[in-house]
Each structure stands twice: as C-alpha cells, then as structure tokens.
Design a protein around this ligand. Structure first.
Ligand code: PRP
Length: 214
C-alpha cells in the first residue's frame, strides 16, 4: 500500500529531500523543481503532497496524508492530534522576540506582531508581561519598521532578515527543528510501512550527525 507523505514547501523541503535520499529513498531529482503538488514515486510506494508548512499538520491530522514533516514551531503553535515520532534535526532555527534597538522603553502593553499568536501570548503571559498580539502571515519584520508593532515574535535562522531590517534580537523563546509526524490511525493501519520509514530516517539522522561531528 502507498504511503502518503506531506512535505512542507519552502526552505525545509530541500533539506528534507536530502535526508530522504540519505535514508536510501530513490527520489527523482525533478521533485524539487516541479510545480506539481502531488507526486507519486511508485518504486518506493510513496506519494508526496506538497503543502505550506502550517498546512502539513492539517493534512496529517485529517489522515489524507499518513505522515509528514513539520517544524516544531508549527507543532507548538497549534495542538494537533498527530504523533511526533522523530526529531529530524534539519532546518535548525529558533523563535525569538525582536524589535528596533531604540524602542527598548516599553509602552504599557507593547504590540507584538507574529505568525505565532499562541506561542507569543503564552510566552509573554509566562513572563508576566501584558502585550497586544497582532497576527500576520509573513514578512513580520516589516511591522516594527512601519509602526504596526513595537516587537515581533518570529523565526530566526541565519539572522539576515533581522540584520537587513535593522532589528535586534531581544529574547530567545525556543529552539526549532523539523519533526516527522504521523497520523494516529495510519500508525495502526500501516504500522509496518511507517516503522520501516522511521527506521530508515533514524539511520539517516545518525549518519548526518556523524558527518557533522567530523
Ligand atoms: C522566515 C522567518 C524570517 C526569516 C528568518 O520567513 O519568518 O522572516 O525566514 O530567516 P533568516 O534569519 O535566515 O533571515 P520566510 O522566509 O519563511 O517567509 P515569511 O516572511 O513569508 O514567513
């Protein structure tokens, strides 16, 4: 039986493909450059669907994808009914609070722009800080520049986006890597195929770890 794998389009995708290849999967090279959103790899009994990172979890939760690759940021933002089975240790980054250097004097309830309203409100509540959360869908670094918010909560990877927009990191919230997630029903129905995939990925993660050490 075919296993459906939900993959996040964008920056995680390339690293996820490398890992799958290291796990021994024979993935066609054009997968990365194709505009197709559903691609079958019959010799591996795999079907890939390509979704926005935030939507990968939705496809897996609804069982239309058996497994998927999702960032820990997405998994922390919304509690979903999926099993998180492996830390793939790819696409490392972190969630941080950032702002313009000259807005260190806090207004009473600073406005915080973010794609992660739940993570941000939990974080500031735990800090005992009252803030107003403003939800955006991307290019969050723009918000302080244009006066929509005093702070942002967003992903920092290389730090280039912050730097090039004159923003500074104020606090780190949590480290983020990509995870292998599984639909609970699929895990029961397709346990052998999924376990096999977990084993192969575990091997690839360890191999990647070893080569990083060298
Ligand atoms: C992410 C993130 C930051 C940026 C960080 O955005 O939200 O904006 O990457 O990367 P850096 O530290 O290497 O500069 P993404 O490119 O996914 O697009 P988005 O702004 O539409 O969310």
């Amino acid at each position: 039986m075919m296993l459906t794998v939900a993959m996040p389009k964008g920056r995680i995708f390339t690293e996820a493909l490398v890992l799958l290849k290291q796990a021994g999967y024979d993935i066609p090279d054009d997968l990365e450059h194709s505009r197709k959103l559903m691609i079958d790899v019959p010799n591996e009994q795999l079907r890939f669907i390509l979704a926005k990172p935030m939507d990968v979890v939705t496809y897996v939760e609804h069982g239309v994808a058996d497994v998927g690759i999702a960032g820990k940021d997405v998994l922390l933002e919304e509690e979903r009914d999926v099993y998180e089975m492996l830390d793939l240790r790819i696409s490392p980054c972190y969630l941080a609070v950032a702002g313009l250097p000259n807005t260190c004097v806090h207004p009473i309830a600073p406005r915080v722009a973010t794609k992660y309203p739940n993570i941000a409100s939990t974080y500031f509540r735990e800090q005992g800080e009252q803030v107003e959360i403003i939800k955006l869908n991307g290019s969050v670094e723009l918000a302080p520049l244009i006066g929509l918010a005093e702070r942002i909560v967003d992903i920092v990877s290389t730090g280039r986006t912050l730097k090039e927009n004159g923003l500074i990191e104020l606090e780190r919230i949590v480290h983020v890597t990509s995870r292998f997630i599984v639909n609970p029903v699929s895990y029961r129905m397709q346990d052998r195929a999924i376990e096999h995939m977990v084993d192969r990925l575990t091997y690839a993660i360890e191999k990647a770890g070893e080569s990083n050490e060298n």
